[in-house]
Design a protein around this ligand. Structure first.
Ligand SMILES: Cc1cc2nc3c(=O)[nH]c(=O)nc-3n(C[C@H](O)[C@H](O)[C@H](O)COP(=O)(O)OP(=O)(O)OC[C@H]3O[C@@H](n4cnc5c(N)ncnc54)[C@H](O)[C@@H]3O)c2cc1C
Length: 388
């Protein structure tokens, strides 16, 4: 697809009470701006705090190696929605990438989510055969079982297996990632990586999967290149909040920050991301390898594998989880529990009282939203303003 130009502006001349202001130039902000510009034919100004577009999905071509690097960690697009897939496909071709993850347990690489092949790689053949038979009998073939549910079975062999998987795959990874044990987390978190009683080694099963052919940033550039859209980088909306006029405001930053923390802070886990170039053409078998037991990082991503970039070097990303601290790192994973949900609900109730202001995206919802859900959220907001 052809290269396009975004209308970057650095002053407030185009901001007045007849424009739509979008705060945040991540996926949620880009989609709502694109819909308003192309379908409503109205002007939009996007204000972004960072010095680049794309938010957490931003990627760049590393100048030394020519490899596309996912700056904030690996991003694999997937959706079951034809509407979402066709919408993005107007702005990108797709590299038909299917995600496979390995986890190193006891020094052996096994498919993650743990499946019947992992079972056979990790345990002796006679034991693995027996456990496979019992798993299929109890849960059926091609089924997904959350680890905490597997631990509840009465069968002693399945209990042994459940404890093995819990210890080796979940416990230490969860402690590293979240700083707490799996049972202290909202079940939606541990349930998102179940044990799979089958042999499909793909990490995702959605109908449409892939990586934008020339990267996420190139796709976003095309979505933003419209005469109705202007983008202001290095602009923190909250610093100029009182001076900004708008017809409608779409806020994709953290809802608690918008309200100046009046109901308290919303906690998040964050990541320290280290990106390093190594002088070898290939480092690992698949793009992402998890290390539940060893090291302080949770996983290593080999960026060149997403788009099959050719280089005699490789660029690796190491993710070190940590707590979110204002001004030090990014809000990444919301810590969902009843206390935090109650705080969020207060912000949401406050948000609903303000006319023509909409909160969207992962930070507006205080949820871990994948890209599909983020896009669906922006579609929903667009339908709301259209009165649908
Ligand atoms: C490590 C990691 C891996 C992921 N992997 C996947 C994956 O494989 N597949 C998948 O589907 N999803 C994945 N996701 C989720 C995906 O990143 C999100 O769905 C998506 O980025 C959400 O977009 P957003 O616009 O809501 O938020 P963001 O991308 O965070 O964008 C919000 C933007 O708002 C800006 N902003 C905030 N406040 C202000 C302000 N006051 N003024 C100006 N600008 C402001 C921020 O700087 C930011 O650029 C992953 C997320 C992470 C963290």
């Amino acid at each position: 697809m052809e290269k396009t130009n975004i209308n970057f502006v650095s002053d407030m001349n185009s901001v007045n009470d007849s424009v739509n202001v979008v705060v945040g130039c991540g996926l949620a902000g880009i989609v709502i701006a694109n819909k308003i510009a192309t379908e409503l034919n109205e002007p939009v100004v996007i204000m972004e705090r960072k010095d680049h577009i794309g938010g957490t999905c931003y990627d760049y071509v590393d100048s030394e190696t020519g490899i596309h690097v996912h700056k904030y960690g690996p991003h694999i697009f997937r959706t079951n929605s034809t509407e979402v897939w066709e919408y993005l496909s107007k702005y990108t071709k797709w590299y038909p990438y299917m995600h496979r993850v390995l986890g190193v347990i006891d020094g052996i690489s096994v498919p993650i989510p743990f499946n019947l092949d992992s079972l056979h790689k990790a345990l002796p053949v006679t034991l693995a055969d027996k456990l496979e038979e019992k798993l299929i009998e109890k849960f059926g073939f091609n089924t997904k079982v959350p680890i905490l549910e597997l631990r509840k079975t009465n069968d002693k062999d399945l209990n042994f297996l459940a404890d093995f998987i819990y210890e080796k795959v979940f416990l230490k990874y969860t402690l590293k990632q979240w700083g707490v044990k799996p049972e202290q987390l909202d079940p939606s978190v541990t349930g998102s990586v179940p044990v799979f009683i089958g042999r499909d080694s793909r990490y995702f099963q959605e109908r449409f999967q892939g990586i934008p052919f020339d990267g996420y940033t190139a796709m976003f550039e095309r979505m933003l290149a419209h005469p109705n859209i202007s983008v202001m980088l290095n602009t923190d909306f909250l610093k100029i909040k009182n001076t900004v006029q708008y017809k409608r405001l779409f806020y994709t930053g953290a809802i608690e920050e918008y309200f100046d923390y009046k109901f308290g802070k919303l906690p998040y886990r964050s990541l320290d991301i280290k990106i390093e170039t190594f002088n070898v053409p290939s480092f690992q078998e698949v793009s992402v390898v998890n290390y539940p037991e060893n090291y302080d990082f949770t996983r290593i991503t080999e960026n060149k594998q997403f788009l099959n970039d050719k280089s005699d070097k490789t660029v690796l990303t190491f993710e070190y989880p940590m707590d979110f601290e204002e001004g030090k790192n990014e809000r990444i994973y919301p810590i969902l529990n009843p206390t935090n949900q109650a705080i969020y609900d207060q912000y949401l109730a406050e948000a609903k009282k303000i006319p023509n202001v909409y909160f969207l995206g992962r930070l507006g919802a205080y949820r871990y939203y994948d890209m599909n859900r983020t896009i669906q959220g922006s579609f929903e907001t667009f339908n709301e303003i259209m009165g649908k």
